[in-house]
Design a protein around this ligand. Structure first.
Ligand code: PLP
Length: 379
C-alpha cells in the first residue's frame, strides 16, 4: 500500500512513547505468568505510584476518564449539583461531571497560567455548588494554597484532573500529595504510558476501598466472589498495562528530565521568533512537568493557516485545546456561546502543539523551528 498523498515523507510526529527493553521484559513476564488481570503487578504499580506522588494510596484504573468519573462520585455529586471547573481542558474533565448529572460551572482561566484562579472559583460558588474540579493544564501546578483555602471555607469537595501533571510540583510538594482525589492518565502521549490507563490518588483507606469496589463492579471484596454491594463499573487496569506502568515509573525521573530538556531547547530556539508566544515559565514554587509543547499563534497570523503550512513542510502539529463550552454537546445542553470565557477561547483558537516527546532530537527540533519560522514569514 502507498501512503496517502497528504503524508510527507520523513514527517516529524507529534508525540511518541519512550519504550525500552525493561518495558518489554516486564510485559513479557506477565504474559508468561498467565495472570493477565487482578494480579500482583497492578498492586505493585499502585504502591509505586503512591510513593512517587506522595499519596496515601492509589487505585489503578482503565483510563484517566474512569478516574475522573470515580472522583466525581467520591465528591458526592448528585443530579443538579454544580461543579466549578475549567473551560480550557480535554473534554473528559467536564464530561465526568455530566456522567453523574452534575452541572459544569465554567470559570475563565488565568491568562498566564491557563489554570483556574482561586478568586474566580470563589466568585462562582452558589448554594448548589458541591465540588470544584480544577485541571492542572499542560502540567502547570494549580494555586493549591489559595484554592484549598476556598474549598475548605465553603465545605466543598475537590477532584483534581492531573492527567497532564504527573511529576508537577508546588512549593516542593508533588501533585497527588495534597490529600484530595487526584487523577492521573497514561495514554501514550502523556509523560508516561500504560497504553490505555489511569489512576486516582486518594487520601484515606475508605476512599481507596470505595474506588477499588466501584472500579470492580461494586464488589464487596477483591473479586473472589459475586457479591455486589453497590452499582459499579469495570474500570480495572489489566496486568499487562500495569507491568508497562511499573517499568515506566522506574524511569520516570529520566523521562521527565528528557522532556524538560526538549522543552528548554524549544524555549531557546523560539525566544526571538515574533508571532508566537510560549507557556509561562517556572518559578521557585511552581515547577511544570512537561506534557505538550504548546505555542500561541499571535495576530495577525492565523493558527490554522500556520498548521497547514507546517504540515506541508512535514511537521505535525495540533490545535491545543479547544475551549470546552464551545463544543457542540455543551452549546446544545447548556446554551454556552462564544464570548463567555474569552481567555479560554483565545487560547483555544491560538494554541498549537508542536512535535514533543522525550526522544525528539535536536535536529528534528531545529527543523520544526525552521518550518515554523518560514510558515510565519510567508508560508
Ligand atoms: C488525557 C487527559 C484526560 C483523559 O485521560 P484518558 O486516559 O485518555 O481517559 C483527562 N483530562 C485531561 C486534561 C487530559 O489531558
Amino acid at each position: 500500500m502507498t501512503a496517502p498523498p497528504s503524508v510527507v515523507a520523513d514527517e516529524i510526529g507529534l508525540s511518541g512513547a519512550y519504550l525500552d527493553e525493561r518495558d518489554e521484559q516486564l510485559v513479557l513476564d506477565v504474559l508468561r505468568s498467565g495472570r493477565l488481570a487482578l494480579g500482583p503487578m497492578t498492586e505493585r504499580f499502585e504502591r509505586l505510584l503512591a510513593e512517587r506522588v506522595g499519596a496515601h494510596r492509589v487505585a489503578a484504573l482503565s483510563s484517566g476518564t474512569a478516574g475522573l468519573h470515580l472522583g466525581v462520585k467520591l465528591a458526592g455529586v448528585r443530579p443538579g449539583d454544580e461543579v466549578v471547573t475549567s473551560p480550557l481542558s480535554f473534554i473528559a474533565s467536564a464530561n465526568a461531571i455530566l456522567y453523574e448529572g452534575g452541572i459544569p460551572v465554567f470559570v475563565d482561566v488565568d491568562p498566564r497560567t491557563l489554570n483556574v484562579d482561586p478568586a474566580a472559583v470563589e466568585a462562582a460558588i452558589t448554594p448548589r455548588t458541591r465540588a470544584v474540579l480544577p485541571v492542572a493544564l499542560f502540567g502547570y501546578p494549580l494555586e493549591y494554597d489559595g484554592l484549598l483555602d476556598v474549598t475548605a471555607r465553603h465545605g466543598l469537595a475537590v477532584v483534581e484532573d492531573a492527567a497532564e501533571a504527573l511529576g508537577t510540583t508546588y512549593r516542593g510538594r508533588p501533585v497527588g500529595s495534597f490529600g484530595h482525589p487526584t487523577v492521573f492518565a497514561f495514554y501514550p502521549n502523556k509523560q508516561m504510558t500504560t497504553g490505555e490507563g489511569g489512576a486516582i490518588a486518594v487520601g484515606s483507606d475508605d476512599e481507596w476501598e470505595l474506588v477499588k469496589s466501584l472500579s470492580n463492579q461494586g464488589r464487596a471484596d477483591r473479586g473472589e466472589t459475586f457479591l455486589h454491594t453497590r452499582l459499579g463499573y469495570n474500570y480495572r487496569l489489566d496486568e499487562l498495562s500495569a507491568a508497562l506502568g511499573v517499568a515506566q515509573l522506574e524511569k520516570l525521573d529520566l523521562l521527565l528530565e528528557l522532556r524538560s530538556r526538549v522543552a528548554a531547547r524549544y524555549d531557546a530556539l523560539l525566544a526571538d521568533l515574533e508571532g508566537v508566544t510560549t507557556l509561562c515559565s517556572d518559578d521557585a514554587d511552581r515547577r511544570r512537568s512537561w506534557f505538550v509543547y504548546v505555542v500561541f499563534v499571535e495576530d495577525p497570523h492565523d493558527r490554522d493557516t500556520i498548521m497547514a503550512r507546517l504540515a506541508a513542510r512535514g511537521v505535525s502539529s495540533k490545535p491545543y485545546l479547544p475551549a470546552l463550552h464551545l463544543q457542540p454537546l455543551y452549546r446544545e445542553r447548556f446554551a454556552f456561546r462564544p464570548g463567555m470565557f474569552p481567555v479560554a477561547e483565545r487560547a483555544g483558537a491560538r494554541g498549537l502543539a508542536l512535535p514533543f516527546h522525550a526522544r525528539l532530537s535536536e535536529d528534528a527540533q531545529a527543523r520544526v523551528v525552521a518550518a515554523l519560522t518560514a510558515a510565519l514569514r510567508d508560508g
